[in-house]
Design a protein around this ligand. Sequence first.
Ligand SMILES: [Zn+2]
Length: 404
Amino acid sequence: MAEVRRTVVVKLDLDDSDATLLHKTVEEYLWACNYVVRDAWQDDYKLTSKNKLHDRTYSDVREQTRLQANLVQSARNRAAEAIKGVIARWKNGKKASQPNFTTPSVRYDKRSATFHADHVSLSTVNGRIEAEYVLPPEGDNPQTTYLRNDEYEITGATLQYRDATDTFFLHIGTKADVESEIPDAGDAENSTVLGVDLGIEQIAVTSTGMFWSGDYLNHRRREYERVRAGLQRTGTESDHRTIEQIGDRETRWVADYLHRISKAIVQEAVAHGCDWIAFEELTDIRDRMPGAKKFHMWAFRQLYDYVAYKAEAEGIEATQVDPAYTSKRCSKCGTTLDENRQSQAKFCCQKCGYEINADYNAAKNIGFRLLRAGQKSPHGGATRHLALKSGTLNVNGGYSPATQ
Ligand SMILES: [Zn+2]
């Protein structure tokens, strides 16, 4: 058996008064996150222990907000994880400053929300509200496959507000134990991994040396912001509708582009006989990536979801691995040094002299991380390979050239 986790995005159908309650909830939740961060961020040390932060902040946050207990705990967990992300960045030799929560989102669990097949009940600053999901017709879509499927259990959800279209979305986490047609470390004698690195300059780079530039997305985002800023200055009623239309159109363009990249990544995995596609952990990726915007977070998550969904149809499993040190480890000799990462684009190993594009190096390390994870599998015996430009590498450093 293997555990499969999927995220399904659904739009919420809300009346004005419920939307207002959610806005207030988001506002107080972000305030709580930032309050905990400020408490944890001492001059000479940073607190990351959830228990300690609970003792120090819980009653203050309860007094100063109208959030229910579970949302107070959720905000505290989120603050603790963001600070852990900063510390991980420091360990990776990167810069990071005190986290500041501004993205309008709230993390719900099964105590602060009750999930039904077609609607949800959410805790707010004033009791609970019920919201219908806006679902596509039943068919070949994630909502049908994961949400309307009893085999998938809902684990929780993140509420997100999208400014451009003035809409609330729920990113619903689901999981299932499946009989593995999907290979896991135990039953795949010879499984192969495709590593994928995500970034701003290069939206995605694979361990096989495929690059997808981020230029198009970055350009679109700037263009969109420029048009929107111009329209907001004039601010008439019809301009407001234009903004909404641009928002919708923009979202569709970008989603379409991400769909095409995800298709190409899955084709690359199929072409190299891969059983796995490994991404870096997406939680807090923004804290690890200087210059990343909300937009990039959204794009990475979409791309991952698209890849996971398309990969599954090919019997390939997408997964996320711990990104620690993947940017400064040499993918050739394994030496990990701060100085190896010479600039945003250039990696040069100080030990063996290997020079390579930094994102390509990271993609190989992300794949390698999953290889080693497989090595520790209690089933034992499985050999995983990393798909490279030509041939594969196994965890012991054995290299096999491509046969065709
Ligand atoms: Zn090296």
